[in-house]
Design a binder for this molecule. Structure first.
Ligand code: MG
Length: 309
């Protein structure tokens, strides 16, 4: 039986730290990070619980990837460059095969973004996975939720609703889309775009709980409203087919797990928005979220949506 120390050592300790800011990694009571002059730390944490956030039969490589991806997505949404993570694992038993696959998924993504794993803890109990991620952002350049302005254009990265479709497939919807399942199991954090949005976006969130829910955070905290143009939403052919077949046109708007960025940009900075981003709406003075579709305007409420005009 592996002890806690040997478990982290065996599966998660890396030979070299990748960032000069990492002064001390795994092995002491605390890790030590240097904060460069002119920077702030961006810190976030996300937990995934078996049977709540993932299925009991989930592939451990994909779980390791997704656990890190959802945390890095929050750093991306703030315009922060990933630096380091800590990892807390609650495991029902020590399964070396599972741990090896899980660490492979997590460390492969960590390496891609030069993220140092600087500490961790393991306990026994129902399978619960937690990462705390730490990033760097230049002073006062973090992308917040509270700073959208009336007249700003609303954009999003990538495509909307594919992860939601992946979940529908897991729940029994018949569709052959491997892409939708990949987007559900292995989201890619939009780190590069988050960095490119510093001094461009006026506000930003990542779409973890659904576009409507996450954009509503920007609207509430910025004290503004918005109108989304349904016909401009970037939907894959698979999602369009799903809507045709089921009539469930709001799935892409309310489904979570896409981990794309949704952000607002003043019109005069629109030329600096990176490629692969789509303008989907406009920030308005009137509070609430409206949806324009085929010339009609509908308004969303907490219960879903209702016809407005
Ligand atoms: Mg978030």
């Amino acid at each position: 039986m592996l002890t806690e120390f040997s478990l982290i050592d065996k599966f998660f300790k890396k030979e070299t730290q990748q960032n000069s800011e990492t002064r001390l990694g795994i092995g002491d009571d605390c890790a030590l990070l240097a904060i460069p002059n002119g920077y702030e730390l961006a810190i976030t944490t996300d937990t995934m619980v078996e049977n709540v956030h993932f299925f009991a039969d989930a592939n451990p490589i994909q779980l390791g990837h997704k656990l890190l991806a959802v945390n890095l997505s929050d750093l991306a949404a703030m315009g922060a460059k990933p630096l380091a993570i800590t990892l807390a694992l609650t495991l029902p038993r020590i399964d070396e095969h599972w741990l090896s696959a899980f660490s492979q998924g997590l460390l492969t993504l960590a390496q891609r973004y030069n993220v140092d794993l600087i500490g961790g803890d393991t306990t026994k109990g129902a399978l619960t996975l937690t990462v705390q991620a730490i990033g760097l952002v230049p002073n006062k350049q973090a992308l917040k939720r509270s700073t959208a302005q009336v007249g700003d254009i609303i954009y999003m990265t990538g495509l909307l609703g594919d992860a939601g479709l992946g979940l529908k497939i897991k729940q029994g919807y018949e569709c052959q889309s491997k892409n939708a399942l990949m987007r559900f199991h292995e989201p890619m954090p939009r780190i590069e775009i988050g960095l490119a949005l510093r001094n461009v976006a006026s506000a930003c969130v990542d779409i973890s709980d659904g576009l409507v829910g996450d954009l509503s955070h920007i609207l509430k905290q910025s004290n503004v409203g918005a109108c989304l143009d349904f016909d401009k939403l970037p939907l894959s052919d698979d999602v369009k087919k799903y809507i045709e077949k089921t009539g469930d046109k709001f799935m892409p708007l309310i489904a979570g797990d896409d981990y794309e960025l949704c952000f607002t940009v003043p019109p005069k900075l629109a030329h600096r928005v990176p490629e692969n981003c789509t303008a989907i709406g406009i920030i308005e003075k009137e509070s609430g979220l409206r949806l324009k579709k085929s010339g009609h305007i509908e308004t969303f409420t907490a219960k879903g949506y209702e016809h407005f005009s």
